[in-house]
Write a protein that binds this ligand. Structure first.
Ligand code: VGL
Length: 214
């Protein structure tokens, strides 16, 4: 069991948006992505503080793949904050951008991170707007101001935005618990690598919120 002290712990929902679930099959659907909501709601019961990050993308950007065969190929041109191409997803004002319906409304969260609004930026982690991790989204500062030292993380996708956010939080000094039942990922091999990478830097991996005690 993993003991959690409510007053110093936050629950962090990484990109739990319809665009990463089978509810939006034309975006970036992660298998079973919509099923994470229940576990995110469970883990939040062990905290007084709930944070969410959202991909908020424009409809046109150099990283948007024009066809399926371009997905995950390198972005060409001088774009220091882009790496590979992805299908269009989580575009502001569309269903894909909205939170999975069984989660709280955005207004009910204590802090909301919006990232990826600029066409030439496509960050994965929720803590920085840029890949070099120089432009803060403000969430690390906010958590510290609120005396949070431990974070329980879940979200989409395990092998991209969740992993990157977890690494950023560890680097910033937080103790991180990853709730695996509250995550789903894109590819099995990269999910396993992500788990290993997180374990190696001291993240506590739990199978589900049932391993938490207050
Ligand atoms: C994500 C790939 C592309 C994620 C976002 O949220 O994990 N993955 N964009």
């Amino acid at each position: 069991m993993v003991k959690v002290e409510k007053s110093i712990t936050a629950s962090f929902d990484v990109d739990p948006q319809c665009g990463f679930t089978p509810l939006c099959p034309d975006e970036l659907p992660v298998a079973e992505g919509h099923l994470i909501a229940e576990q995110l709601n469970e883990q939040a019961k062990f905290t007084n503080c709930r944070v969410v990050s959202k991909d908020c993308h424009p409809s046109e950007a150099p990283w948007i793949a024009a066809s399926a065969d371009q997905v995950m190929t390198p972005v060409e041109g001088d774009y220091p904050n882009l790496d590979i191409k992805w299908p269009a997803h989580c575009i502001v004002g569309t269903k894909g951008n909205s939170l999975i319906p069984t989660l709280p409304s955005e207004a009910e969260y204590d802090f909301v991170v919006e990232k990826g609004i600029e066409p030439e930026m496509h960050p994965y982690g929720a803590c920085y707007h840029d890949l070099n991790e120089e432009i803060s989204t403000g969430v690390i500062e906010w958590l510290k101001e609120n005396n949070i030292s431990q974070v329980i993380v879940g979200g989409l996708a395990t092998d991209y935005c969740v992993k990157t956010t977890v690494l950023q939080l560890v680097k910033a000094g937080f103790k991180v618990i990853l709730n695996m039942a509250a995550c789903r990922g894109i590819a099995d091999d990269s999910i396993q690598l992500a788990y290993q990478e997180m374990k190696d830097i001291g993240v506590t991996l739990i199978a589900s919120s049932q391993e938490l005690v207050s």
